[in-house]
Ligand binder design. Structure first.
Ligand code: NAP
Length: 326
């Protein structure tokens, strides 16, 4: 089958197209998907560079989410039939003509969303739902700050937080990106290149701070994030674009009775992923089906141009998702 391989870690050219990768076989509880499109994620860039090896048992090919048509069923699969159009959260192997997915990590392609665009939903929806709602328990009327508001994650986080009635603040690196966040519903827009996000969020909330912060920057923002939290606030770190090691004054955390949590979706056991996917199907899919929440897709590239998609992602010029099509 056609696929993108990583023979050696490196820059974008390390992504090498092939036409003779063996087609995977679905095991028990898995389905074989003929891929229509695959989402591109920062994690794929890290894997390509050799910093994020696939978990044990996962495909060595990159790609954490796909959309397509079910081509075959493994043993003990219920709820899906051959020919169903699905999108799926997978542990790897999405940059390929065929991939296998646990049946419990598949979702139907929602009404109003094209088969291709559906590939941009599983990773961001599952990440945002699990962290912002299941873990940080964002409530109506609370203030939610998401860093990298124009990222794939950010564009979904804004929309879902607005749906529950939160006030949404974002940081982003340009006026154009902030305008895209405003169009998705963001209320408080902070250009982190020109403004101090702690000062801005503090002023915008009358000194109270943010109840929940979703952070992709990590070390560089840790102390400022905790300063920007409200009493009983929850900071969830899901990315480390600004480094891994930082110092924190625990007294600030203690006096606010605040929490710092860090998570990784890929590392969760299959049963936890299945629980998250089921919650997404129950709570988020109806919003997508009625058009209240939409995938934001910047651009699609043919699979064989995966290296160009990675270059665009690493330039950080994009807004929303980049997809590879077959
Ligand atoms: N833990 C998990 O389970 C999980 C799951 C999915 C994603 N993630 C993480 O979430 C992050 C976003 O993923 P994505 O796929 O949505 O990526 P993405 O679309 O490429 O977005 C990343 C954005 O972050 C901003 N950025 C980049 N470097 C930065 C820096 N040093 N400081 C501040 N902002 C920076 C950029 O926007 P600006 O121009 O505004 O700077 C960029 O658009 C990644 O770190 C990814 O690894 C984690």
């Amino acid at each position: 089958m056609r696929a993108i391989t990583i023979p050696e870690p490196g820059e974008a050219d390390a992504l090498v197209p092939t036409t003779d990768e063996p087609t995977p076989m679905p095991g028990a509880g898995e389905v074989l998907i003929k891929v229509a499109a695959a989402g591109v994620n920062r994690a794929d860039v890290m894997q390509r560079k050799g910093f994020y090896p696939p978990p044990a048992g996962a495909s060595a090919l990159p790609g954490l989410e796909v959309s397509g048509v079910i081509e075959a069923l493994g043993a003990d699969v219920t709820g899906w039939v051959i020919g169903d159009e699905v999108c799926a959260l997978i542990d790897g192997g999405g940059y390929a003509e065929y991939t296998v997915a646990p049946a419990a990590q598949c979702l139907p392609v929602p009404a109003r969303v094209s088969l291709v665009d559906a590939a941009g939903l599983p990773e961001v929806v599952c990440t945002v739902w699990s962290n912002v709602f299941l873990t940080a328990n964002l409530q109506p009327g609370e203030v939610f700050l998401v860093h990298g508001g124009s990222s794939g994650i950010g564009t979904m986080a804004i929309q879902l937080a607005k749906q529950v009635g939160a006030t949404v603040a974002v940081t982003a690196g340009s006026a154009e990106k902030l305008e895209a966040c405003r169009a998705l519903g963001a209320d408080i827009l902070i250009n982190y290149r020109e403004q101090d996000f702690v000062e801005e969020i503090t002023a915008a909330t009358g000194g109270a701070g943010a109840n929940v912060i979703l952070d992709v920057v990590g070390a560089k923002y840790l102390e400022r994030n905790v300063t920007a939290l409200a009493t009983a606030g929850r900071l969830v770190v899901i990315g480390l674009l600004g480094g891994v090691k930082a110092e924190l004054n625990l007294n600030t955390l203690l006096s606010k009775r605040a929490a710092v949590i860090a998570t990784s979706l890929r590392a969760r056991p299959a049963a936890e992923k299945a629980t998250i996917v089921a919650a997404v199907r129950e709570h988020v899919w109806p919003l997508v089906e009625r058009g209240a929440v939409t995938p934001v897709v910047q651009r699609t590239y043919p699979l064989e141009q995966a290296a160009d998609a990675h270059r665009e992602m690493e330039s950080s010029a994009h807004i929303g998702k980049l997809l590879l099509t077959l």
